[in-house]
Ligand binder design. Structure first.
Ligand code: PBG
Length: 307
């Protein structure tokens, strides 16, 4: 009766990985219990999750290395893996809400989120590609565009491109305060998308900075974001707390791959109780002020509540 924080299934967004093929469900080595699915298996997974009460899914494509190039050209093909997956889900399970990812890294031979020229990430030259990616995803049926690239100005450019093409009703969940974090390691395994050279510190945020997150949020709001996101979650609860108290937009937090895998590994070793650690971490993210949580634990949490 006096508990201040309640974690509902409807607060959770479940990230899912997909790959080309048929009948594929393969476990990701560094993320026990998390899989890459071919489109047919992805549909089954989403159906099961809907039955458990989950409603929103963040999709990430694992692209064959042979299709990657410097300009991420595969990302702009309407018949590519990602748009096909979005279309298939929207026609078979239309009630599933899809949050789709805009960033070049899954498609880039450089493994960076923006365009690399002469060893430098070029912010402004990346914007046009990112806006085109967003339109391709909206045409396929995306409900929410999630720019995870951290280029400056991309929310505004994406909003304008979507509106011009008639997608005023597609919303934008901006990765607002996305830090250059070591906790993304297992995700980069899942997509085999690690940078081929350098790191992401010229565009992702410095973990030492909090006020900078406020600037990022102000810019995103001005540019037309509908949701603000803080990422990772657990090492950045102070940032979640501040963003949610200073701004009125819904705040999402991304409980990232490394945060998931640490708990899974400790549980497998018998060093702590995994399900309890899951509940405590998710609750702390909600308590800090997140309205929504993207988490690889979403399905497990929903199953636990059901049982
Ligand atoms: C890249 C992207 C990353 C994640 C989501 N989108 C990794 C990165 O920036 O290198 C990480 C998610 C996770 O670790 O769970 N656009």
């Amino acid at each position: 009766m006096v508990a201040e924080t309640n974690l509902d299934i409807s607060d959770l967004i479940f990230p899912l990985f997909l790959k080309e093929g048929m009948g594929i469900k393969e476990e990701i080595g560094s993320m026990p219990g998390i899989y890459r699915y071919s489109i047919d298996k992805l549909v089954q997974e989403v159906e099961q999750c809907l039955n458990l009460g989950l409603g929103t899914f963040a999709l990430f494509p694992c692209i064959n290395d042979s299709l990657k190039d410097q300009t991420a050209s595969e990302a702009l093909k309407p018949q590519g893996l990602y748009p096909r997956a979005i279309q298939t889900l929207k026609s078979t399970v239309p009630e599933a809400i899809l949050l789709t990812d805009v960033a070049m890294d899954p498609y880039s031979s450089d493994g960076h989120d923006g365009l690399v020229i002469d060893g430098e990430i070029r912010n402004d030259e990346s914007l046009e590609i990112l806006a085109k990616m967003a339109v391709v995803q909206a045409q396929a049926g995306s409900d929410i565009i999630g720019p995870s690239d951290m280029m400056d100005g991309r929310v505004g450019v994406i909003r304008e491109a979507l509106d011009k093409q008639g997608f005023q009703n597609v919303s934008i969940m901006s990765y607002t305060a996305k830090y250059a974090s070591v906790f993304y390691g297992p995700f980069r395994d899942a997509l085999s998308s690690a940078p081929k050279h350098g790191d992401k510190k010229t565009y992702q945020m410095d973990p030492r900075n909090r006020r900078e997150a406020i600037i990022e949020a102000e810019l995103d709001i001005e540019e037309g974001a509908d949701y603000l996101m803080v990422k990772p979650a657990l090492a950045y609860l102070d940032v979640i707390s501040q963003i949610s108290s200073e701004f009125e937009l819904p705040v999402a937090a991304y409980n990232v791959s490394g945060e998931y895998s640490m708990i899974k590994a400790a549980h497998q070793k018998g060093w702590l109780d995994g399900p309890q650690a899951m509940i405590e971490s998710l609750t702390s993210i909600k308590r800090a002020g997140a309205d929504l949580i993207l988490s690889y634990f979403a399905r497990e949490y929903a199953e636990l509540l059901k049982s």
